[in-house]
Design a binder for this molecule. Structure first.
Ligand code: DQA
Length: 143
């Protein structure tokens, strides 16, 4: 059976394309989701894309992925650096997690260097822009 992957984007990523384009580039969230969906299909998988600015909504979506998805690709935005609740939700559903950041968080402010998710992730990809999501999908397809 083919794999289903949840692509989860957190707060402010709905502003992609207009938000600090020198850091995040010019692609919109719709572009990103379209390319992820097409890339997953090319790998014989299905991508389910979801974005929310709300911590609880992201947690509810993670819970719903149990029994529905085979892996989660998450860019939790700033919640990466603050949310034990999102980390616990990811641990709780026990699905393989691939953490993605568009920018290289380690080359930015110190508060972006710590991730609550990294320690429970299969992989962390930062600084590759949209390619990070596609690389995570490649890894999931091969896993
Ligand atoms: C981000 C990096 C975070 O520090 C920031 O809060 C974001 C986006 C990235 O994709 O580079 O919202 O996760």
């Amino acid at each position: 059976m083919s794999k289903t992957v949840l692509i989860l984007n957190g707060p402010n990523l709905n502003l992609l394309g207009t938000r600090e384009p020198q850091i995040y580039g010019s692609m919109t969230l719709a572009d990103l989701e379209r390319q992820c969906t097409a890339h997953a299909e090319g790998l014989g998988m299905q991508a389910l894309c979801f974005q929310s600015n709300h911590e609880g909504t992201l947690i509810d979506r993670i819970h719903a992925a149990r029994g529905e998805c085979d892996a989660i690709v998450i860019n939790a935005g700033a919640y990466t650096h603050t949310s034990i609740a999102i980390r616990d939700a990811l641990s709780g559903v026990a699905l393989p997690v691939y953490e993605v950041h568009i920018s290289n968080v380690h080359a930015r402010e110190g508060f972006r260097h710590h991730s609550y998710i990294a320690a429970i992730a299969r992989a962390v990809i930062a600084g590759l822009g949209l390619r990070g999501y596609l690389a995570a999908l490649d890894a999931i397809a091969e896993a």
